[in-house]
Design a protein around this ligand. Structure first.
Ligand SMILES: NC(=O)CCC(=O)C(=O)O
Length: 262
């Protein structure tokens, strides 16, 4: 399976509409990949919380429509990163969208762990309440978003639900880049999964983004890593490697489930 991570530059001088059109073109250029991954909240920027309310959209809003068409035109599975979703009752969520190659919305995931402590996302957005996996050809992907990467129990649940690929769109800041790289590898090693972690580039809302999107194999080896700027990272991943790694070194067999609950 060929995966392409599109590490999108988020620049406040580019309008949301222009960025949406530009990203749709970039997705269309990925014909030949099986899976394309975009970062967290790339239309608005994960730290641009002052824009969340004005740029919120229904689940089937403009980003949905543009990405569904781009996935269909490119013939790819598309993890379209996330959008600020305005739900029917008016509540806002950080919601990831996954499209199949015919442009169908195959899965949505509302970010469970909201970042910001007493500010930003943590106070403006609602929290998701269920882990989500999605079937891809020959494998299963588990969905998580950015700050979720710090919470191993979520990834354990995704693994228990059959995930072999952990797909993590993010808007991770440069200041904590060391944590990003370390946690991506840790989640891969402890779950014997591929981790596809796709961040943003650029500086907006006063926060320099880390970039350095990364693909890690089930042994914890970094297969590919982006630099700090906008970049497309393309890498081949093989679900059979997950099966082989788990058979050769069967640590998952020794899990004691439920220990994360007090
Ligand atoms: N958008 C985010 O979730 C940011 C997470 C972050 O900055 C961190 O975990 O550190």
């Amino acid at each position: 399976m060929r995966a392409s991570l599109l590490q999108i530059g988020v620049d406040p001088s580019e309008s949301v509409n222009s960025r949406r059109a530009r990203v749709a073109s970039l997705v269309r250029e990925q014909t030949g990949s099986d899976l394309v991954v975009l970062p967290e909240l790339w239309p608005v920027g994960a730290f641009a919380s002052d824009l969340f309310a004005t740029e919120a959209e229904p689940l089937t809003g403009p980003t949905h429509d543009a990405m569904a068409a781009a996935a269909r035109d490119a013939g790819v599975w598309l993890h379209a990163g996330s959008v600020i979703e305005r739900s029917d009752d008016g509540a806002l969520y950080n919601t990831a969208l996954v499209f199949s190659p015919d442009g169908r919305l195959a899965a949505t995931y509302r970010k469970i762990h909201r970042f910001g402590f007493d500010q930003g996302e943590a106070v403006l957005l609602g929290a998701g309440d269920r882990p989500v996996t999605v079937g891809l050809p020959g494998t299963t992907a588990g969905l998580a978003t950015c700050y979720d990467l710090r919470f191993p129990e979520l990834f354990r649940q995704l693994t228990a639900a059959g995930a072999e690929l952990l797909v993590v769109p993010a808007g991770w800041p440069a200041r904590r880049r060391a944590h990003w790289s370390l946690l991506a590898r840790a989640r891969a090693v402890e779950n014997q999964c591929y981790v596809l972690a796709c961040g943003t580039a650029g500086t907006y809302a006063g926060v320099q983004q880390a970039g350095h999107s990364v693909v890690v194999d089930p042994w914890g080896e970094v297969l590919a890593e982006a630099g700090p700027d906008e970049e497309v990272l393309t890498v081949d991943v093989d679900p059979a490697t997950v099966t082989r790694t788990r058979a050769d070194f069967p640590v998952l067999r020794d899990r004691v489930l439920g220990l994360d609950r007090p």
